[in-house]
Design a binder for this molecule. Sequence first.
Ligand code: HH2
Length: 352
Amino acid sequence: MADVTSETLYLRPIPCVGEPVGALPLGGGGVRFSEVEIRRRSGPAERLPAAAIPELVPDGAQRMGLLTAPRQPIAGCALHRPNVMGVVNVTPDSFSDGGQLASAEAAIEHGFSLVEQGADLLDIGGESTRPGAAPVSVAEELGRVMPVIEGLLRKGCPVPISVDTRKAEVARDALGAGAVIFNDVSALTFEPGNLAAAQAADAICLMHAKGTPATMQTDPQYDDVVLDVYDFLADRVAAAEADGIPRDRLIVDPGIGFGKTLEHNLALLRALSIFQGFGCAVLLGVSRKRFLGTLSGVAAASERVAPSVAGAIWGVGQGAQILRVHDVAATVQALKVWQALARDPGAAADGG
Ligand code: HH2
């Protein structure tokens, strides 16, 4: 093997089908790998047997530990199996469902219907982050999400609630009212208070985005999109840890569609397993996104159910532990089939 000590190496576990002897569990879940692709910024990638990593790669044993360790439950959700996070957008302008949930009552009802369809978590958002979206004031965003979170909890919502916001004040109030996950598409960078607000969350999702919603799709550029996103998330995980938030409360997300071209999105999805390298749960949000429309030819975002399910199932095959989706019923149905075929231990443990 080429010199492995002089530059940063990135380890991409190669998910495999079947049950090869000695295959290791990716993130402690049902997807296994027995080979690892070693990527570097200069020079070609190469493959090594997973068993050789501890000996041949600096910190190899520790890094294999992070890649394979079972993830701690997040807000009570077991992570050895995929979890479905149902999206509740309380916005007039979200790209696929804006304006559908105009009242808090309609949003609460929608949340309960997603739970009935099998959602393991609900993600409540009051500001669209679609490309070109206009920012929303704190007061406006609070006015949208708080009645929904409070109403869901008052009516006995049986699944954990996540708040999808970039704003410290919105996160603080939502967490104070009983939300338990802070889903921050700015990875705690949007406001200085985000790190402090995150302390109150059971879990925090750190998502990569390039630029702001207003500008992010204007010719995004990367040296190497997978490695650039990896380095960004590594910095954000380190910042959270330095502030006293342990890794088992962190979720990482490559931010599909946030400052990415079609090719960038495809590269990230093909290499998704690399993000298990932090030892955190990985969240994937492809649901109804524009690149799926481009690939499938389905123009209307709300009709991109089949492309979204295909993207979600690809994600679980790469080890993703949480799928953020609009179409919960279709995703849950597809996951049942995937779990049976993959002999996912999560399926057996859950009676599947
Ligand atoms: N995508 C959207 C919003 N929040 N959060 C995470 N962690 N990951 C994602 O991929 C993600 C996210 C965009 O989808 P949506 O909420 O449906 O649209 P809009 O931002 O227009 O409300």
